[in-house]
Design a protein around this ligand. Structure first.
Ligand SMILES: [Zn+2]
Length: 209
């Protein structure tokens, strides 16, 4: 049974720095017929469970901790009994949504993501690339066997993710993309956090300029 990627779009809000925006997030589930990994948990547990079906969820992997990527992660964990994985550098963003040490209702993620870590699922592997810039703990997940990379909000069709808000940094995201994503083969399909797919090759010209 070979691994595949399942996709849907989920609608909700993104809030930071006192502003709230309506957003649509991509949902990505990677696995075979038996088990899967959920990439990001935006707005609706039910939307995610519809993609998961009867499969066992091995992990809920967060590309970063903006609220439109982690809001229902704890609720999904309750339903499927899988650990939430996040890069620890995104703790300040996580705490904005799920509380800090001062807050009795706070909840944390379960396992830290680290650069170079490999997450095995359904006979394939997701390799963690730490790509700070959009958020300090932003990661991309490269699936070499599937020829794709899940970039969260680090790279979109048309260029880098936003860096205008708190905890973001433009030179840092540019360095991350240049050193980590442009190192991938041109034909690598880029599955983004919002909007259409692209490829590394299609984005390379604009990014190297
Ligand atoms: Zn974001």
């Amino acid at each position: 049974m070979s691994a595949r990627v399942d996709h849907a779009v989920s609608s909700g809000t993104f809030s930071l720095d006192g502003e709230t925006h309506q957003v649509e997030n991509n949902l990505w589930v990677v696995g075979d017929d038996t088990e899967c990994v959920v990439i990001d948990a935006p707005h609706s547990v039910e939307d995610i469970l519809a993609l998961v079906g009867e499969r066992t969820v091995k992990a809920i992997v967060c590309t970063h901790a903006h609220d439109d990527h982690v809001r229902v992660a704890p609720a999904l964990r309750e339903r499927v009994g899988a650990p939430i994985m996040l890069h620890p550098d995104d703790r300040p963003l996580w705490e904005l949504t799920h509380g800090d040490a001062e807050d009795p209702g706070a909840t944390l993620w379960d396992l830290d993501l680290a650069d170079g870590q490999e997450i095995s699922v359904g006979g394939t592997v997701l390799r963690v690339l730490h790509t700070p810039g959009h958020a300090p703990g932003a990661v991309c997940l490269y699936a070499p066997d599937l020829g794709c990379v899940f970039t969260g909000d680090t790279l979109f069709a048309g260029g880098p993710g936003a860096t205008g808000r708190s905890f973001s940094d433009r030179p840092t995201i540019e360095a991350s993309i240049r050193s980590r994503l442009l190192a991938l083969p041109d034909e690598t399909v880029v599955h983004t956090g919002h909007g259409e797919d692209t490829t590394i090759g299609a984005e390379r010209a604009g990014l190297e300029a």
